[in-house]
Design a protein around this ligand. Structure first.
Ligand code: F0G
Length: 456
């Protein structure tokens, strides 16, 4: 088989700025060893997130010029609505400015004290929006999904037995909806199988509960189904997406991922009464229902992005570039969550730095070193992001200590990825030199964004 190439050529380029190691030492020091506080201009390869960082196509940029900025009933809204309907099959389509705005609206209406929302794994904003209403966000990921070193096709699957047990324990009247996140970002970008979605649907039918998808990376999930699940290799990705959404009563979406745009989102629903409530809230918080916090040009770009993302040459390149980076790292002995997920490689910091204890933040040590060594920005997903303090004041760490290398869509070429692999492998080969960190400043909530660190 020949090399899988980037299925595009580049007609507009954005220079990246090179810095010296000495400069980066100073930059990192000034940023309190927290890459969130570094100027993007001081970063060579930015793998902080795949969200809102996509390169838009020539057709999307042309759409920006054609955007209809009418306050109500804009032409661009109807294009957007029809593109979302084509994929989801859902009846009521509500634009929002990004994923968490959809979550905020949905959970404001359906959440509340005494309610429980099960999910395979809630993303942080989903959890925050559930908990903000007083409801409880519950993760029911299958056991294999929690083991970084175990290879399996669908490590994002929900544990069906646990779901049913959970419904029986808390009572179905206290569960306004069940959610599945595709792909499972917080669990390594791992896909969910069609069978699992169907099985969750069957449980929901039994207890008469609505099922929602957190659909940010629906196309990447569909491509994994096509490649890995029996009976789907002959189906088009669009057909697979349509089948996935057909089992759901609604979806929340961040268009900043699989709609290939820099801002945008939506809420799709089949229940008319709920849609009316959501639209009423939308008018208060986001805008009129035919723009929902977006401009006409944004809606136009989303409509075109949704067409482009189900292109199978695009998805083959997308999933392969992540896998390619994963393969290079695994071959050099770097421990990662295996197999690679769709949008990112997750380094297993516990195995990478076994001598740095969770309270010394091994993930942060790797994040800092990747920046110092190669100007690469990544993000810690471990004790810095999710650590909490117990009653005794001691740090309570999450299960896993990870470093995420998220790959922006259509932005970097194979040689950028080769360079990333070289830097990670260099850092790994010199891992004995790495020291842990301590936190010298932290905010009371979401501390990872603004915390300052000192090397031990
Ligand atoms: N759900 C999932 C699974 C996500 O990954 C995100 C965002 C959201 C919801 C919220 O969407 O950012 O548009 O409000 N994830 C980004 C990330 C921020 O870096 O993984 P948003």
């Amino acid at each position: 088989m020949k090399t899988i190439i980037e299925p595009f050529r580049i007609k507009s380029v954005e220079p990246i700025r090179f810095t010296t190691k000495e400069e980066r030492e100073k930059i990192l020091e000034d940023a309190g060893h927290n890459p969130f506080l570094i100027h993007a201009d001081d970063v060579l390869i930015d793998l902080l997130t795949d969200s809102g960082t996509s390169a838009m196509s020539a057709s999307q940029w042309a759409g920006v010029m054609e955007g209809d900025e009418s306050y109500a009933g804009s032409k661009s809204f109807y294009k957007f609505e029809s593109a979302v309907k084509k994929i989801t099959g859902h009846e009521f389509i509500i634009p929002t400015h990004q994923g968490r705005a959809s979550e905020k609206i949905l959970f404001t209406i359906l959440g509340g004290q005494g309610k429980f929302i099960p999910n395979n794994t809630h993303f942080d904003t989903t959890r925050a929006n559930v908990e903000f209403t007083g409801a409880e966000a519950v993760d029911l990921l299958n056991e294999i999904g929690k083991k970084p070193e175990v290879k399996a096709d669908f490590k994002g699957n929900m544990d069906i037995e646990k779901l049913e047990e959970f419904i029986n324990n808390v009572g179905k009247e206290n569960i306004p909806l069940v959610m599945i996140t595709v792909t499972n970002n917080s669990g390594g970008g791992q896909p969910v199988s069609m069978q699992n979605i169907k099985d969750v649907r069957a449980v929901c039918n039994k207890y008469n509960l609505p099922l929602f998808l957190d659909a940010c990376r629906f196309a990447e999930n569909a491509y994994f189904i096509k490649k890995r699940e029996n009976g789907y290799d002959e189906k088009s990705v669009l057909e697979i997406c349509q089948e996935m959404f057909s089992y759901a009563d609604g979806a929340t979406m961040s268009a900043k991922k699989d709609a290939l745009v820099n801002i945008g989102g939506f809420l799709s629903l089949n229940n008319e009464e709920l849609a009316t409530q959501c639209r009423n809230l939308l008018i208060v918080t986001e805008g009129f229902p035919t723009y929902g916090g977006l401009s006409g040009r944004d809606l136009e770009a989303v409509a075109r992005g949704l067409e482009e993302v189900v292109d199978e040459h695009y998805l083959q390149y997308r999933i392969r570039s992540t896998e390619y980076l994963g393969e290079k790292l695994v071959n050099a002995g770097v421990p990662i969550i295996e197999p690679p997920g769709g949008h990112a490689i997750y380094i297993d910091a516990k195995r990478f730095l076994p001598n740095v204890q969770p309270h010394e933040y091994p993930g942060q040590a790797i994040v800092c070193e990747l920046y110092l060594e190669g100007g690469i920005r990544s993000v810690e997903i471990g004790s810095v992001m999710f650590g909490k303090y117990g009653k005794d004041g001691k740090l309570v760490s999450p299960n896993m200590e990870l470093v995420r290398l998220a790959i922006p869509r259509r932005v970097y070429t194979q040689s950028h990825i080769d360079y990333v692999a070289e830097v990670v492998i260099d850092v790994f080969n010199n891992r004995e030199k790495l020291k842990g960190y301590k936190i010298i400043y932290e905010a009371p909530m979401l501390r990872h964004f603004t915390a300052k660190f000192q090397k031990l």
